[in-house]
Design a protein around this ligand. Structure first.
Ligand code: ZN
Length: 480
């Protein structure tokens, strides 16, 4: 039999929200008459088909949560083979996916970005599905805010992109422009800045030691490093009065001088420090990192930035939020990352790619803070959930962490609904767990990713006593 068209599906859905016996009867007659015309048969022969139509209607009404198949990016900095969470999660979603030991698996993309879009049940694009009824699937408020009032998103797109990162080698030191600068860069240089949107991002560690560079260090640490590493001081051309006037203006002069040094001076000072450190018998972790970065990116001025930027160690579940103009680089570990949909990056080092030193030195936030101050504190919602809510409308991320079955009353736990379409990834799960949503049951396994429609509550059920679940859920969160 033929499938009902989109308009008919919508009519049926509307009827199911506001059932009217008369209208259902009318629709049934219309539908059957059409089928009979098409197949040139008597209406009376079609009574049995009503069962199929009812099944279709029921499926439309009940499926408010969907398993996603997500794409993988194999950038060179990713972890190799089965060491990569990205590869393992992908294989869990799609058992036909083969993992090759020699290949790097860097990122798993969960969302609608056209470079690597997720699919529902490996067939329909998530963006096409959202397009079929954005108000109901994403939520009225989201549609109004991101589609009606702004033109940065296409209908069907999610306002955020959610990722898993498996990092073996440092990513470039970078910062992301605010909305005004993003639009300006895009207008003046569309080749290097293909996007006019801002790109706030947040990273939550899923491994026990995620390392990143983030924001400028407190002034005392910067001054100590300038004294302990004369090679750094040479590159910065002195301390520009930073030791007496401890302000952001002088730090900017130091950093800009370093970034604008010629390649030959950078290479000379790099080799001097390298030799000195290699001959030292008790190197600090930071000094070992310097040598590591030099092995990864030789003759790159970015190796010196570790003395000016905070080196942050994050435990499982800890987060950093990178608002506009904060210099940062991810160095090592596994994490989930959420960001606004944009490609706008201004790079500063640890990269062979295009660097825009002038723009970068001008735009950076030179405030000097400790590692701890750079971490983002979440709000505890209840004893199994923490909500990380940075001050942007595009996204917030909930961390769901359960490590015993006591929290499950009668074997069930309610995970509250959110007022937007959301994406949930399971990073750890014990056997026998299930999600229930709108009467449908879904298996819960490490690496599984789900799209949940707006305002739909999920229940977690467990068959066993020992219940372990780690999950992360990105959703859109209009703050005002
Ligand atoms: Zn970034």
């Amino acid at each position: 039999m033929t499938e009902p068209n989109l308009e008919e599906i919508q009519n049926i859905e509307n009827l199911l929200v506001n059932p009217s016996h008369e209208k259902l009867e009318e629709l049934k007659q219309k539908f059957l008459t059409k089928l009979c015309e098409e197949f040139k048969v008597d209406l009376s022969e079609f009574n049995g088909e009503m069962a199929i139509i009812k099944t279709q209607i029921t499926a439309l009404q009940t499926l408010k949560m969907h398993r996603l198949n997500c794409g993988v990016q194999k950038y060179g900095w990713g972890r190799r083979g089965r060491d990569s969470k990205v590869a393992l999660f992908k294989q869990s979603q799609d058992p036909s996916f083969t993992i090759t030991d020699s290949e790097t698996y860097a990122e798993l993309w969960m969302g609608t970005h056209s470079n690597c879009p997720s699919k529902i049940n490996n067939t329909e694009l998530l963006s096409d599905y959202i397009k079929s009824n954005p108000q109901q699937i994403l939520g009225d408020k989201i549609v109004e805010h991101f589609y009606t009032k702004s033109d940065t998103l296409k209908t069907g797109d999610l306002p955020f992109l959610f990722k898993v990162l498996s990092i073996n080698q440092a990513l470039s030191i970078q910062a992301h422009p605010n909305k005004t600068l993003a639009a300006q860069l895009n207008k003046n240089d569309p080749k290097n800045y293909p996007d006019s949107n801002h790109k706030p991002e947040m990273l939550i560690s899923i491994s026990e030691n995620f390392q990143a560079l983030c924001g400028f260090r407190p002034i005392e640490e910067i001054l100590t490093h300038l004294e302990n590493y004369p090679e750094l001081k040479t590159l910065c051309q002195g301390d520009h009065g930073l030791s007496s006037e401890k302000n952001e203006k002088n730090l900017k002069l130091c950093f800009s001088a370093m970034m604008n040094q010629s390649d030959s001076i950078v290479s000379e000072q790099l080799n001097l420090l390298k030799k000195r450190l290699e001959s030292s018998s008790n190197r600090s972790d930071l000094e070992n990192l310097f040598l590591d970065l030099d092995r990864q990116y030789s003759n790159d001025v970015g190796c010196f930035s570790i003395f000016l930027l905070n080196l942050i160690h994050m435990k499982k579940g800890e987060a950093i939020y990178l608002s506009a103009n904060i210099p940062h680089a991810y160095l090592y570990g596994d994490g989930v990352e959420c960001m606004a949909c944009s490609d706008n990056v201004v790079r500063a080092g640890l990269t062979p790619k295009f660097k825009d030193v002038g723009i970068l030195c001008e735009m950076l936030d030179y405030s000097m803070k400790s590692s701890e101050e750079n971490k983002l504190n979440g709000f505890r919602v209840n004893n199994f959930m923490i909500d990380y809510k940075p001050s942007v409308d595009e996204f917030s991320v909930q961390v769901i962490k359960i490590d015993n079955s006591e929290v499950l009353t009668n074997g069930r736990l309610e995970i509250p609904s959110v007022q937007s379409g959301s994406i949930l990834i399971v990073t750890e799960a014990s056997e026998g767990l299930k999600f229930e949503c709108n009467g449908e049951s879904f298996e819960v396994k490490e690496g599984y990713v789900y799209f949940i429609e707006c305002d739909k509550e999920i229940n977690l059920t467990s068959e066993s006593e020992n219940c372990v679940l780690n999950a992360f859920r990105a959703y859109c969160d209009i703050k005002n």
